[in-house]
Design a protein. Sequence first.
Length: 115
Amino acid sequence: VQLVESGGGLVQPGGSLRLSCAASGFTFSSYYMSWYRQTPGKEREFVAGVSSSGDFKTYADSVKGRFTISRDNPKNTVYLQMNSLKPEDTAMYYCNTVRRMVNYWGQGTQVTVSS
């Protein structure tokens, strides 16, 4: 299993970014996919998740109405569209899936929201 995130960067408050996670090594279309984030000294927290079909999505309260998770199964990619970004969204963002009770993570992509 390999997960490779991209799309992070520096953005001003109120701005937008789209993160991508390219997956390989497993049957992507069969698995729930999630985004998590982590800041130094804090535990990794759930941000958003999407069912294998893409029909069902779940969000942390802190990002509801601002972030949108989606997936493209033919491309083996999951996305996180982040709008109305706030300084408190600054974190390392990780892609995640669970396969056979094992958590898999990408290397992360840094998002920094600052003026």
